[in-house]
Design a protein around this ligand. Structure first.
Ligand code: ATP
Length: 451
């Protein structure tokens, strides 16, 4: 990461089609963002990498895709209807509203006047909606504020249909909604966002071991998947009695308590320009949720252990991350500015597997139909296996810079010599080194590197 600020990333994202302000032509709407053609590819690649590590490559985790709207009793049982709140304060001078726990002093962050804040009141973050044609209290439903509850509610269905034995996990990727009081920091805190959560059901008494296991596993996943340098990622350990840091800047920490459902949390934090901020939470949720659902639904949530002949409600360890925060961390970690032959070059050095486009193909001369045809055919062939694009709308240097800025790992040029030797030039995004490769071998050559 070059020392890059948020404005640079926001403007690159808009200019190159990663992220647009939601409903921009109407002046936008706070906390909602639209992913553009490049953003959707990056996001899909991140989701694919997570699903692969958390579901596909594991014997002990399976996936689901549940409805966003659930029976409202789910949110009564989970505690969200009564306690999913943030402390809201309002400045009596300028009437801006803030989260009390986020204020750094008694001065209003908007107008600067001191001592003008109201007493905090608890503000519930659930988005309410109505189901069906009758507008009465019985029709109230909620847009889910987390995906986790669908795993608890479906725990028996999944366990029985897949004949799973403990320990096992259920994973899901999906949208969540929170009526956050304060936005800011681009896609870091949104009112609509996407989560990737996994509930891992374990035998009571083994939860601490599994909590540590998932901390290590998830930390390594972040480091490997995004190639995050050690000095940019750390673990905040939140226990009932103390909060401390494993990793860089250990003194930069405020004391916290775990959420009501958790006996302890590991928060993975990334060093964003606005400071260390959570990208994933790994909570030790005990039997809090399954017990609550057993009580509210009247359905048996116990597990019969074949080996020990015991019956118990499983404990749960939950790694929960946000896709949007991962996109942001990935952009910061990959952003580089370099000087090449006295010219500034902006490169997104995405890990190959995450890059929106894997290859771009150019004819060296766009007025030579034979070159154009070869380049178009090659692009068409590559597209059967990966995201690739054809471009002939500028000089080669300009085309390279355009691809560097969106992180395309390989640029392929068809030139006059290609007509004789059937080879093309492949240029590497990071080293800018060039190699000649036989046209018929290009697809295989790329697949070996970008998969
Ligand atoms: P924060 O303290 O930052 O509000 P949280 O502790 O409430 O986050 P969790 O409930 O643990 O977050 O959710 C798990 C993950 O979901 C977070 O690590 C984050 O990546 C993501 N997430 C939560 N809230 C938002 C949001 N408003 N916008 C984008 N991502 C979010």
């Amino acid at each position: 990461m070059t020392n890059v600020n948020m404005e640079t990333i926001v403007s690159l994202c808009k200019r190159r089609g990663f992220v647009f302000q939601g409903s921009e032509i109407y002046g936008g709407i706070g906390g909602f963002w639209d992913y553009g053609p490049l953003g959707v590819e990056l996001k899909n690649n991140i989701k694919r990498a997570w699903w692969r590590a958390m579901v596909q490559e594991r014997e002990d985790v399976v996936g689901i895709d549940a409805a966003i709207i659930m029976n409202p009793l789910v949110w009564k049982a989970s505690g969200h209807v009564d306690t999913f709140t943030d402390p809201l304060v309002e400045c009596k001078n300028c009437h801006h509203r803030f989260r009390a726990d986020m204020l750094k002093s008694d001065a209003c962050p908007n107008c600067g006047v001191r001592g003008t804040m109201t007493e905090p009141r608890q503000f519930n973050l659930l988005f309410k909606t109505r189901v069906g044609p009758v507008e009465d209290d019985a029709s109230i439903a909620y847009l889910r504020p987390e995906t986790a509850q669908a795993m608890f509610v479906n725990y028996r269905n999944v366990q029985e249909s897949m004949r799973k034995k403990l320990p096992f996990g259920i994973a899901q990727i999906g949208r969540s909604f929170r009526n956050e009081i304060v936005m800011g920091n681009f896609i870091f805190r949104d009112r609509e966002f996407e989560q990737m959560e996994m509930e891992f059901f374990v035998k009571p008494g083994t939860e601490d071991e599994w909590h540590d296991y998932w901390k290590e596993t998830r930390l390594n996943w972040w480091k490997q998947t995004f190639q995050i340098r050690d000095e940019h990622i750390r673990v905040k350990v939140i226990r009932k009695d103390r909060t401390y840091i494993e990793g860089p800047d250990p003194d930069d920490v405020k004391s916290e308590v775990p959420p009501h459902y958790s006996k302890g949390n590991y928060d993975l934090e990334y060093k964003f320009p606005m400071g260390w901020s959570e990208i994933e939470g790994i909570a030790s949720r005990t039997d809090y949720d399954l017990s609550a659902h057993q009580q509210w639904s009247g359905k048996d949530m116990t597990y019969f252990d074949d080996e020990t002949k015991e019956k118990y409600i499983p404990y749960v360890v939950e790694p929960a991350m946000g896709v949007d925060r991962a996109v942001l961390a990935c952009l910061f970690e990959s952003y580089c500015e370099e000087t090449v032959r006295n010219e500034k070059r902006v490169v997104l050095k995405f890990p190959y597997a995450l890059a929106p486009y894997k290859a771009a193909v150019f004819p060296l001369l766009r007025n030579r139909p034979e070159l154009v045809e070869l380049a178009r055919n090659l692009t068409r062939d590559l597209k059967t296996e990966m995201m690739a694009m054809y471009d002939d709308t500028g000089a080669i240097g300009k085309l390279y810079r355009r691809q560097d800025e969106i992180g395309t790992p390989f640029c392929i040029t068809v030139d006059v010599q290609t007509l004789d030797d059937h080879q093309v030039t492949i240029r590497d995004r990071d080293s800018m080194a060039q190699v000649r490769v036989e046209i018929s071998q290009v697809k295989g050559w790329l697949l070996e590197r970008v998969r």
